[in-house]
Design a binder for this molecule. Structure first.
Ligand code: KIV
Ligand code: NA
Length: 265
């Protein structure tokens, strides 16, 4: 198969086909996701939790992200590759460009950053210099110490309309995709209908343009109680490969996420 490009993803979106995304941090899982025809692989800074054993993503550095992006990219033949800009690596446009350049040299096709209308200048600067950008709104894990925990965002009417404005601002600044994390399903639908770029939901309801989960979460491997939006795809599947293929099928058919994985407004 030909590699998935941003134009291919935008075509899928225009045709109303759901986009499938999962995280990966190493080459074994990257190869497996390729065999399962996952369209987008995200090297998430969730690797701070999943790989490094931290309690948040804030200790993750650009160097860590570049290392794991290289590991994933080596085994990738088809998927579009997005890498997270980690905590405090995009405080101003020039720092963001340096950080993004490292991730792209490591094999990323696009970088993802957390925020928001306050990132408009950074997004614009990156896109003008040919760095494709995915924005991330809703629950922002890099802000956990500021927020005092992982909470559903955009629940009040004011917070919801603010987030909608932020999504529009990100699109106008040149972002080509937006991840929406832990928001009411109704807000996920509203934002998706209000922007023309694809939205990729994680706990944002069934109406986003695509879905993403942390790989270890959807394989039921993560310690502790998983967030409500996670489904364990190993239930009823006898191999990791068949679990990931079930995820792809269920995202494509709209079966995942179900109402039980969503948040009310
Ligand atoms: O770091 C990550 O894995 C992410 C996804 C949860 C969207 O940002
Ligand atoms: Na992330």
């Amino acid at each position: 198969d030909k590699p998935i490009t941003i134009s291919k993803l935008l075509t899928l979106h225009a045709e109303g086909e759901k986009i499938t995304m999962l995280t990966a941090y190493d080459s074994t899982m990257s190869a497996l996701l390729n065999r399962c025809a996952i369209e987008v692989i995200l090297i998430g800074d969730s690797l701070g939790n999943v790989i490094q054993g931290h309690h948040s993503t804030t200790p993750v550095t650009v160097e860590h992200m570049a290392y794991h992006t290289q590991c994933v990219a080596r085994a990738n033949t088809q998927a579009f590759v997005i890498a997270d800009l980690p905590f405090a690596s995009y405080g101003d446009p020039m720092q963001a460009l340096d950080s993004a350049a490292e991730l792209m040299r490591a094999g990323a096709d696009m970088v993802k950053l957390e925020g928001g209308d306050w990132q408009v200048e950074v997004i614009q600067y990156l896109v003008e210099r040919s760095v494709p950008v995915c924005a991330h709104l809703g629950l922002l894990p890099q802000s956990v110490h500021l927020l005092g925990g992982y909470k559903v965002q955009g629940k009040s009417k004011d917070a919801a309309s603010l987030m909608l404005e932020q999504a529009i601002a990100c699109e106008q600044a040149g972002a080509q995709m937006i991840v929406l994390e832990a928001i009411p399903s109704s807000l996920g639908k509203l934002i998706t209908e209000s922007v023309s770029i694809p939205t990729i939901g994680i706990g944002a309801g069934p109406n986003c343009s695509g879905q993403v989960l942390v790989l270890q979460d959807m394989l039921g491997m993560s310690p502790g109680k998983p967030p409500k939006f996670v489904k364990n795809f190993m239930d009823g599947n006898s191999s990791i490969e068949s679990a990931i293929k079930a995820y792809v099928r269920e995202v494509k058919s709209g079966r995942f996420p179900g109402p039980e994985h969503g948040f009310a407004g």
